[in-house]
Ligand binder design. Structure first.
Ligand code: HEM
Length: 486
């Protein structure tokens, strides 16, 4: 009897401890900032509200007042910041706020198995090693395939809508476009291999993505420790897919393959600089970050031009003023195109919330936010972009004109917004995104071609809503395309 009672007490104590540590932040967390109630992390799982509604209702007021909150996410309590000066503190102090991606934060999760230890999530000497191998290929990719793929992309829309004013869910087409770009321009996979694998590659990525961005496991990755049959299947497919994709990279190298990231990573593996797992982790992250983020941005761009026809018309006039024979590089310097891009990045940053820094010692942020060692600290791009203290009372409105009228002003305001962390869509300082230029170029070309060829409007039957959790873009966007050219 006594033994039974002891077991019962231990069981209740364990459950009690689990509930307390889940519902309330640790006692040593800063008292000077508010706590977002624990149940907010359950909302994307239990309701159909989107990220904008959740942000406006539960986070906005606290974040605009304090610039930082305590937030439960990914099976732990974290500190989340939006105030640019706090973001600067994180970005400037890479040693104190050390990168600590899923491979360290939730090593048991399916997501960690998928992306592993890579150039984005690693820290210290591993990060330096990966960067020394990959930076050149990502910052100076081959750009020609983007033009061919843009033609294919607009052609496939034209084929599907014909001259009818037909509604189209554009997610798959945008994903294929961005996937082909990263595979051909950066990883260096031969276009004919991509063409023959396109169907399988796309379907498998879609399956894996669905598992990864499932709000339940994004918010509670701890569940991946349990033998849940659907998660065991997801993990199995993640491993099979990693193998399949790396074989594709190795077997189908482009002729001048030495300039591409795929080849460079393979050579680094063959010379013993990196392990087979590090090779796979970095090939996978290049493909994932390299196509998903531009895909999200392009989706949001198509949404804004459909929602705000005035800007679509202005953009079309600007693009068509270049004439038919203009070189694609001319798109770089179009003021309206650039201001629409930056305004979209401000309101719809593809990576809305990133929590992957862990403090290596006790520190104080601002005047009074005392953060213990070993605390996960992250930032919410979505909040910074919509903060009225940062962007003024019209922060929530889509107003490309706020970036300026001339190209010079627009580019200078963009650089300044990045430098001061008012626009952290591409992170900042030494860990800033190295694919930014490529992503902006491919999305600019695609957007310019789309407005040149079609009049785009929202499908009235589409429910205007953002994704429920994770990356940000309009959910299952459906648009109408009216062909402007025969
Ligand atoms: C609109 C598109 C993109 C956005 C918004 C974006 C955003 C970001 C952000 C926020 C980070 C920091 C991530 C973190 O702290 O965990 C990052 C890092 C990175 N991005 Fe991008 N990205 C985009 C496109 C790309 C593309 C096309 C590539 C090409 C492979 C790429 C490669 C990288 C790499 C390698 C890093 C890590 C840099 C480092 O830590 O040294 N990104 N990106």
């Amino acid at each position: 009897m006594l033994l039974f009672e002891i077991i019962l007490v231990l069981l209740f104590a364990t459950i009690g401890y689990f509930v307390l540590t889940t519902v309330f932040p640790p006692l040593n967390f800063p008292r000077s900032i508010p706590t977002v109630p624990f149940y907010v992390s359950l909302l994307p799982v239990l309701t159909s509200v989107d990220q904008e509604e959740i942000y406006n209702k539960y986070l906005r007021e606290k974040l605009e007042k304090y610039g930082a909150v305590k937030l439960y996410f990914a099976s732990r309590w974290n500190i989340l910041v939006t105030r640019p000066e706090y973001l600067q503190t994180i970005f400037k102090n890479e040693e104190l706020f050390a990168k600590s991606g899923n491979q360290k934060k939730t090593p048991y999760s399916v997501l960690a198995d998928y992306t592993g230890d890579n150039v984005i999530s690693s820290h210290g000497k591993e990060w330096k090693l990966y960067r020394s191998i990959m930076t050149q290929s990502i910052q100076f990719p081959q750009l020609e395939p983007v033009l061919k793929n843009t033609e294919k992309f607009t052609e496939s829309i034209r084929k599907e809508v014909g001259n009818k004013d037909k509604a189209l869910n554009v997610s798959d087409k945008i994903q294929r476009f961005c996937l082909e770009n990263i595979c051909e321009c950066v990883l260096g996979i031969k276009p004919d291999a991509i063409a023959s694998e396109a169907g399988e590659l796309h379907e498998r990525i879609k399956f894996v993505k669905k598992q990864i961005f499932n709000p339940i496991y994004l918010n509670f990755p701890i569940l991946d420790r349990l033998p849940i049959p659907s998660r065991l299947d997801a993990r199995k497919e993640v491993h099979a897919f990693r193998k399949y994709f790396c074989e594709l990279v190795k077997r189908n190298k482009n002729e001048d393959s030495h300039t591409f990231a795929g080849h460079k990573l393979q050579r680094a593996f063959e010379t013993g600089e990196i392990t087979a797992k590090q090779f796979t982790d970095n090939v996978i992250i290049t493909m994932v970050a390299g196509h998903e983020n531009p895909q999200l941005l392009l989706t949001s761009l198509l949404y804004v031009i459909a929602k705000y026809p005035v800007y679509q018309t202005k953009l079309r006039e600007e693009v068509q003023s270049l004439g038919d024979k203009s070189h694609w590089s001319a798109f770089q310097d179009l003021p309206i195109l650039n201001s629409i891009m930056y305004e979209t990045l401000r309101l719809y940053p593809p990576l809305g919330q990133i929590i992957n820094r862990c403090t290596t010692s006790r520190t104080t942020m601002g005047d009074s936010i005392n953060i213990p060692r070993g605390t996960y600290v992250g930032y919410n791009n979505f909040g910074t972009g919509r903060d009225i203290l940062v962007w003024g009372p019209d922060a929530n409105e889509f107003k490309p004109g706020r970036w300026g009228i001339t190209l010079e002003d627009i580019q200078s305001n963009f650089s300044q917004a990045k430098r001061t962390s008012k626009l952290p869509a591409f992170h900042g300082r030494s860990r800033a995104c190295i694919g930014e230029k490529f992503a902006l170029l491919e999305t600019k070309i695609a957007l310019a071609k789309i407005v040149d060829c079609f009049e785009v409007s929202l499908d009235k039957s589409w429910k205007e809503q953002l994704t429920p959790a994770g990356p940000i873009c309009p959910l299952l966007l459906s648009l109408k395309f009216k062909s402007l050219r025969e």
